[in-house]
Design a protein around this ligand. Structure first.
Ligand SMILES: Nc1ncnc2c1ncn2[C@@H]1O[C@H](COP(=O)(O)OP(=O)(O)OP(=O)(O)O)[C@@H](O)[C@H]1O
Length: 279
């Protein structure tokens, strides 16, 4: 039995001898006209640590390397992906299904904000409706020839993330943390959740890790000393990259120009993802 066992056999995907109920298969089929090679979930322990920003920058990096890339924005109650890419138009559909909206550089995006009449309308829906929406982004959207799909995961471990993990075939998770949060606890939770769902963790991204002073070129750890390396070692995980606090990054996000970011922070991650794609 897993040390993380919560006795909820129907929602656990571990194969253990203590299983009391059959595993229920909640997996959903992609739209028959879709093709998606690798699905990477981007998770964080709490809101505001930069999960959407990291999702966007990862997608831009892989797109720059020539891969056809997509983002499924599963953060239904706080959808920030369309804004980061400056998308104003709405998603269109046909009798066959919904089409994602293409960004200026050709990244395919689906988000609840591309369906709402008004971007500023709040999504005041109950969990099952939200979870159903995310499922439909997988089953009813026509994702054509996608090499890498990044999922901006809903925060936490509730109804919606559970549905995403059970219904979408996620190949790996990237955990975004920032130095000031209770990183150790958050990483432990992510590791346990991933184990229960049988999804490998690709590694950790530390956002807002430091600030590089433009006057003297020195790095300052604004949110205190980072412990990410020790935590990664404890869980046998990789630290994929450390992203600085950079006003140019937030400005690019606010202006809808994240595709123009300048920096090679995600190159080490891209190499790992490329290897995944080859296998
Ligand atoms: N490294 C950074 N440098 C500068 N600004 C950043 C950085 N990381 C995030 N931000 C800014 O912080 C804000 C929150 O980021 P983001 O929306 O990606 O967080 P999130 O974890 O997805 O939040 P939520 O969970 O609420 O959706 C954004 O305005 C973003 O531009």
């Amino acid at each position: 039995m897993s040390e993380n066992c919560n006795q909820s056999c129907s929602s656990c995907s571990e194969d253990c001898a203590e299983r009391k109920e059959q595993k229920t298969d909640f997996s959903e089929k992609l739209h028959e006209m879709s093709s998606v090679k690798k699905v990477i979930g981007v998770v964080s322990g709490k809101g505001g640590v930069g999960k959407s920003l990291v999702t966007s920058m990862l997608a831009v990096t892989m797109n720059r390397m020539g891969y056809h890339t997509a983002i499924l924005d599963a953060d239904v109650t706080g959808p920030s992906i369309p804004k980061a890419f400056g998308i104003k138009e709405k998603a269109k559909g046909s009798e066959f299904g919904l089409f994602p909206v293409k960004t200026k550089t050709g990244i395919d995006i689906m988000s609840v904000n591309l369906l709402l009449e008004n971007d500023t309308d709040p999504v005041v829906w109950r969990g099952p409706i939200i979870a159903g929406t995310v499922k439909q982004f997988w089953t009813d959207v026509i994702w054509s020839d996608v090499d890498f799909m990044f999922i901006d995961m809903p925060p936490g471990t509730g109804d919606v993330p559970l549905t995403v993990f059970q219904s979408i075939a996620v190949d790996g998770l990237i955990v975004v943390t920032s130095p000031q949060e209770l990183v150790s606890m958050i990483v432990s939770k992510a590791v346990k959740m991933a184990e229960m769902m049988n999804i490998p963790i690709i590694g950790l991204v530390e956002n807002m890790s430091y600030f590089k002073c433009p006057d003297n070129g020195k790095n300052y750890q604004i949110f205190g000393e980072s412990h990410i390396e020790e935590i990664a070692e404890k869980h046998n995980l990789k630290v994929l990259t450390k992203l600085p606090i950079d006003p140019k990054i937030s400005a690019a996000c606010d202006k809808g120009m994240i595709e123009l970011f300048d920096g090679n922070w995600f190159e080490p991650v891209a190499k790992i993802l490329e290897k995944m794609e080859e296998n």
